[in-house]
Design a protein around this ligand. Structure first.
Ligand code: PBG
Length: 329
């Protein structure tokens, strides 16, 4: 009988030992809570495909953000649900629209909370695409890159004027970081941070979000602008371009099916890397737990830990509040 000399189990003998040698740990200070802001007063409208997530009016967003902040969550990400949609998404740069009003209310009530705004046209266009449509030579339609840049810059400026700390463009148009950076700099917002959704894939995991934000495209899909799921090298190209254009932080989205991309991006750049634990990833856990198939809290923490271990510095997640509570924050 020979005995093993290498015994990794010696380090697993007690919780105290396991805790001491643990390589990666979650911390609520790295969480960002996404919120859906709608008009009205005291509105709390459930989203059928995202149990526990609501469309909230500004007053209720302030309450939710206050609860998050008390749990050491430093930042929220706002998505707007406008009353009015049109072909160009003009509500996107309305200073009286839900996002601008919400930013002002949050900065007023919670000056230390970091307010991030999602900049994209799909919540505001009547066709549901992320920019202005044009006809193609073969008679189809597509999102026009360069005229969309002007719309995105107007939206970013509107959010900055309201007091947003960080602008997060999620549209995937070429050159949008440069266009937004230029617009901000020219209007004395040179200190406003840009977090770009740099490597954003055309993913089935956004399904529940499109319910929540009422932003599904009426016709066609987003594969003409969001990335192809087969590509990882291309993510590095997108990330480098965005950093050259002035992005201060970059994001990989979704997270779970793209952990390899998170790792490669982390290794390739020096700026903070965020990962978006998207709606479909959230709802899968909720559905499996509701069916009694998994332990919800453990599965949630394990998923978030995997995203951190892959290399994400920051995690955008609808689980932020429950995860912070589970961590004992
Ligand atoms: C807007 C946007 C989307 C998400 C974030 N910003 C949807 C999309 O691209 O269709 C998805 C977030 C999620 O699924 O949680 N373009």
């Amino acid at each position: 009988m020979t005995f093993p000399t290498q015994r990794p189990r010696r380090l697993r003998r007690s919780e105290a030992l396991r805790r001491m040698v643990r390589e990666t740990a979650l911390d609520p200070r790295h969480f960002i809570l996404p919120l859906f802001v709608t008009s009205g007063q005291n509105v709390r409208k459930p989203i059928a495909s995202m149990p526990g997530v609501f469309q909230l009016s500004v007053d209720n967003i302030v309450a939710e953000a206050r609860a998050a902040h008390a749990l050491s969550i430093p930042a929220v990400l706002l998505f707007g649900i406008p009353d009015h949609k049109d072909a160009l998404g003009s509500s996107g740069w309305d200073a009286q629209g839900p996002v601008a009003r919400c930013v002002r209310a949050l900065k007023d009530a919670l000056p230390d909370l970091i307010v991030i705004t999602d900049v994209c046209m799909c919540e505001y266009t009547d066709h549901g695409h992320c920019g202005a449509l044009v006809k193609t030579r073969d008679g189809g339609v597509t999102v026009d890159n360069d005229s969309t840049l002007e719309l995105l810059a107007r939206e970013a400026l509107c959010h900055a004027e309201a007091g947003a700390d960080i602008i997060a463009p999620s549209d995937m148009m070429d050159g949008r970081v440069a266009a937004i950076r230029r617009a901000l700099d020219q209007s004395s917002f040179g200190d406003i941070t840009i977090l770009s959704y740099a490597a954003k894939y055309a993913s089935a995991f956004y399904g529940p979000f499109r319910d929540a934000a009422q932003s599904a495209p009426k016709a066609g899909d987003r594969r003409g602008y969001q990335m192809d799921p087969g590509n990882a090298r291309e993510a590095l190209r997108e990330v480098r371009l965005d950093i050259e254009e002035g992005a201060d932080m970059v994001m990989v989205k979704p997270a779970l099916a793209y952990l390899d991309v998170i790792t490669r991006v982390r290794d390739a750049v020096d700026v903070p890397v965020a990962a978006y634990n998207v709606s479909g990833e959230y709802s899968m856990i909720k559905a499996a737990a509701a069916a009694g198939m998994i332990d919800e809290t453990r599965a949630m923490l394990e998923v978030l830990l995997s995203i951190k271990r892959a290399g994400a510095d920051l995690i955008l997640t609808y689980h932020a509040i429950e995860a912070a509570k589970a961590l004992g924050a």
